[in-house]
Design a binder for this molecule. Structure first.
Ligand code: DHB
Length: 311
């Protein structure tokens, strides 16, 4: 009896697979689609305080080895997602869901988090420190001083279970510096990784997305080695109370297996979900279970974090 069930912050999930924020999660209809699929849970599109139109289209393009996007945080605003989640936790009290959010400024982030704190929301909150696509706004998580300040301010009032979505880091010193900051706070999880920011995809002689002259976040097959490195680097460095969600380059059960081997307790699917729809959760789950069966693993704890090194 092979199981892919998991826990985050003490909440149980029947399956370790879920959507990555940004894919299949803008509307209630899309969220219902993920909820009623083989996925263990869902995360909402990153909510800002108010409705946001996002960047001009075309702003997302699937490409042979992944995707490129410059969405610019289009979303229906905090209340849309929060009201839906409050309703859902009455209807499905035995399931837990993720609310992704970030403000357009640190002040707005605090306004949003205080609203969540004061609400009846009992689920998990993911603070997105890694949106690469809002013109003129740098990714918060690449500025360690600001990240440290925001987290210290947040934990002065926020007592619900909170995690953060991170961009990929590419230097061992940055893994060390980032982990030292995160270890100061009662974070429940870090989610590695968001898209690799500001790539450029060209067809014939043109870019394929309109915003920022074609620069956009890269997802899919291109990013798996970077995603696995970030998952494992933080698994090695973070306090064991801070769990890892692995995101990036999950096309198959083998990819999910590798994320878990690197230390992930939950695995998110973005580009592949966009390309394939929610039936991707069935397929990837079955492929993961087949690998576990072949290896004699019954549950994720049998191999989580047990990546082997060469002496
Ligand atoms: C957006 C894109 C991302 O890759 C992300 O992580 C967060 C937000 C966006 O542009 O909406």
């Amino acid at each position: 009896m092979v199981s892919t069930k998991t826990q985050i912050a003490g909440f149980a999930f029947d399956n370790c697979l879920m959507n990555a924020a940004g894919v299949a999660c803008m509307t209630i209809e899309e969220l219902e689609g993920v909820k009623n699929s083989a996925a263990g849970t869902f995360v909402t599109k990153t909510a800002t305080l108010d409705f946001c139109q996002g960047n001009p289209e075309p702003r997302y393009q699937d490409v042979p080895l992944g995707s490129i996007n410059s969405m610019g945080l289009p979303n229906n605003g905090l209340d849309y997602y929060l009201d839906y989640l409050l309703d859902l936790q009455e209807k499905e009290p035995n399931r837990t869901f993720f609310l992704s959010l970030v403000g357009m400024s640190p002040e707005e982030t605090h306004t949003i988090l205080k609203k969540v704190q004061e609400s009846e929301f009992k689920g998990l909150t993911e603070l997105n420190l890694s949106c690469p696509n809002v013109p003129g706004k740098p990714q918060i998580a690449y500025d360690f001083e600001t990240t440290d300040r925001i987290l210290s301010e947040v934990f002065a009032y926020f007592t619900k279970p909170l995690g953060i979505k991170l961009p990929p880091y590419f230097d061992i010193v940055h893994f060390d510096q980032a982990a030292a900051i995160f270890n100061k706070y009662p974070l429940k999880f870090v989610n590695c990784v968001n898209s690799i920011g500001n790539g450029l995809y060209i067809e014939d002689e043109s870019v394929v997305i309109r915003p920022k002259n074609g620069f956009g976040g890269i997802g899919g097959e291109y990013i798996k080695p970077t995603a696995l490195a970030n998952v494992h680097a933080f698994y090695q460095r973070l306090n064991p109370q801070i769990q890892i969600i692995g995101t990036g380059g999950v096309l198959t059960g083998r990819d999910a297996f590798e994320h878990i081997l690197c230390g992930a307790s939950m695995v998110q699917v973005g580009t592949t979900l966009h390309k394939e729809g929610v039936c991707a959760f069935d397929r990837i789950t079955n492929e993961l279970k087949a690998i576990m069966t072949e290896k004699g693993y019954e549950n994720l704890e049998d191999f989580r974090g047990k990546l082997r090194y060469i002496d």
